[in-house]
Design a protein. Structure first.
Length: 128
């Protein structure tokens, strides 16, 4: 359904350090910078792009928006969260852990990136 997700950043170098760490924690590759200075991350069939806003104004985060990353396990989700906090992200909401979802138990971890974008790592737990 989606071709990609793009978030704005006021500091591309800071965002590269942050997102390289996040993707590294889930076996992804560092972002590549294109000719326009945007960062591009490709992982598990998805594309995340990070860019300074085209209109020249400051980047701001979406109120109510969340970008979800699928992780392979709770351990990978914990590593993702730890890498994000260590690279300028902020842990938000409940601590990482298992919650009861509408379709059964799920692991969730939430962060805000250095520009305030809300991110979530999600792992669907195997059926009991």
């Amino acid at each position: 359904m989606f071709s990609h997700v793009m978030v704005g950043s006021n500091d591309i170098a800071r965002s590269k350090a942050f997102y390289d760490a996040l993707f590294g924690a889930i076996d992804g590759k560092p972002g590549k910078e294109d000719a326009k200075g945007r960062l591009i991350y490709v992982h598990n069939g998805g594309v995340l792009m990070v860019s300074k806003p085209i209109d020249g104004k400051a980047a701001t985060h979406a109120n109510g928006g969340t970008i979800g990353f699928t992780v392979a396990s709770q351990e990978q989700g914990n590593a993702w969260h730890k890498a994000g906090v260590a690279h300028g992200g902020k842990s938000i909401e409940d601590p990482p852990g298992i919650r009861q979802g509408s379709a059964g138990p799920i692991y969730l971890a939430y962060l805000r990136d250095p520009d305030g974008n809300k991110l979530c790592a999600l792992h669907r737990m195997p059926a009991a």
